[in-house]
Design a binder for this molecule. Structure first.
Ligand SMILES: C[S@@+](CC[C@H](N)C(=O)[O-])C[C@H]1O[C@@H](n2cnc3c(N)ncnc32)[C@H](O)[C@@H]1O
Ligand code: SF4
Length: 427
């Protein structure tokens, strides 16, 4: 089914990433056609490794963090030369847990980015609830962070225990309240639902409590089981797919009702943002550079990924390399399908945006699919603006397991096993 979907949308049988990397000269050429870009910086450290987490991370050590700062500064210098004076219009620091480096190099990295690039935006950054003391919030704000996110995950102690999160409900609520009252433009809280044994009553209570706490945005994800994580390995057969999908759907419905009544609107497939607040999100532009171990870059007709291994990343940069492990040239079909997937994921886009990006009418390539999706009530289409309905968001959720989560699982699983894989084939 996935294969047919891929074929239908992109014309390809598979996505094949190989160990070839675009050269600095090739990248320089690409940037001549790019007006602005987004920047992603990956901080691959955590104080503790959570058993469900698919992201690229390792335990924090100050030696490794020192080497990482030196390496990422080199990578910034390399790209500053390639990007030239193109403005950076979105800047996101993710992880791992960026705040592990709050007092050991993060300010140096951000300062280096500011000197190297023409930064024309606020910073969006992820954090951990245990790192949000009043002093740390001040240090975070001093970096230029205006949009702050934290992984709360659950508001019942028994679920926090299942997820091995190192805090209690009352501690995490205090951290949320401190962040909310600090005056950031947007405070986002991540929670997970459809957790083992979680009841509908618990998810309702969680949604209501988040509204009461006054968070600006909630990103609610169903628990995905990635086969290469400890929880994925032991709970692979957890429940029947259909039973899980009914539970996810009902829980998501409950959350939708609570957030809509609370004055929030859907701003991505997963996120609900208080009306009038600029949303917290990872990349707000369609083209971006990803720096650091496992940083991924998407530059119009190429996607590439740095090595996931922190020591190898540092070694590569120290020896004058770029740290790129895998890349794929994107055909026109892949670019169009990728663009459309991400715009629908953001829940709305204009036909004119597609015309501007690809120089042709959206309906030529996708008119009949969009028509069918509108008739099924998955999209609302007023002739110019196309918006995902709640029903559409649910089906995109349901398909995520089949599409992006499976791709991400394969690509990240391969990259975590082998720092320099020969290839990764996504079918
Ligand atoms: C990088 S972490 C957040 C920042 C910080 N490291 C923390 O744990 O608080 C990103 C978020 O992805 C979500 N996440 C991680 N693993 C997940 C999984 N297996 N299924 C669904 N969501 C997941 C969690 O909500 C988590 O907060
Ligand atoms: S969930 Fe957050 S703290 Fe836990 S391992 Fe993943 S990135 Fe680190």
């Amino acid at each position: 089914m996935r294969r047919s979907f891929l074929r239908l949308l992109t014309g390809e049988r598979e996505i094949r990433l190989t160990r070839t990397a675009p050269s600095p000269d090739e990248l320089r050429e690409k940037f001549k056609e790019i007006d602005s870009l987004g920047l992603y910086v990956h901080i691959p450290f955590c104080e503790q490794i959570c058993p469900y987490c698919p992201y690229n991370k390792e335990l924090y050590s100050s030696d490794l963090a020192d080497g990482y700062v030196r390496a990422i500064k080199r990578e910034i210098d390399l790209y500053a030369d390639i990007v030239a004076d193109r403005p950076v219009t979105s800047f996101y620091i993710g992880g791992g847990t960026p705040t592990t480096m709050l007092h050991s190099g993060l300010a140096e990295i951000v300062g280096h980015v500011r000197r190297a690039f023409d930064l024309r935006c606020d910073i969006h950054m992820e954090s951990h609830p245990n790192h949000l003391s009043a002093d740390n919030l001040h240090a975070i704000e001093s970096l230029g962070v205006r949009h702050l996110s934290m992984g709360v995950e659950a508001l019942f102690d028994r679920h926090l225990k299942t997820l091995c999160r190192p805090y209690t409900v009352s501690q995490v609520k205090e951290a949320v309240a401190r962040a909310v009252s600090y005056g950031f433009t947007c405070v986002n809280v991540d929670v997970m639902f459809a957790l083992p044994g979680q009841t509908y009553g618990e998810i309702e209570e969680t949604g209501r409590e988040l509204v009461r706490l006054g968070v600006d945005q909630v990103a609610a994800y169903p628990l995905f089981l990635f086969p290469y994580t400890p929880m994925g390995r032991t709970n692979g057969a957890r429940g029947h797919v259909i039973r899980q999908s009914i539970k996810r759907r009902r829980m998501l419905r409950l959350l939708e009702d609570i957030f809509y009544q609370g004055g929030y609107e859907r701003t991505s497939v997963w996120a609900f943002t208080r009306r009038g607040v600029p949303r917290y999100c990872s990349v707000t532009v369609p083209l971006y550079l990803g720096l650091g171990a496992s940083g991924g870059s998407y530059l119009r007709d190429v996607f590439y990924l740095n090595t996931f291994n922190v020591a190898e990343y540092i070694k590569a940069l120290e020896s004058g390399g770029m740290g790129i492990a895998l890349s794929v040239d994107l055909t026109e079909g892949m670019q169009r399908a990728g663009w459309l997937y991400w715009r629908i994921y953001e829940t709305r886009f204009r036909r004119a945006d597609y015309r501007e990006r690809f120089g042709e009418d959206l309906d030529g390539a996708y008119g009949r699919y969009l028509g069918a999706l509108s008739r099924l009530g998955l999209l609302q289409d007023d002739g110019e603006l196309i918006a995902l309905s709640d029903r559409g968001a649910f089906w995109l959720h349901a398909c995520e397991d089949l599409l992006s989560i499976d791709y991400v699982g394969k690509l990240w699983g391969t990259s975590q096993r082998d720092p320099w894989p020969e290839r990764a084939i996504l079918v």
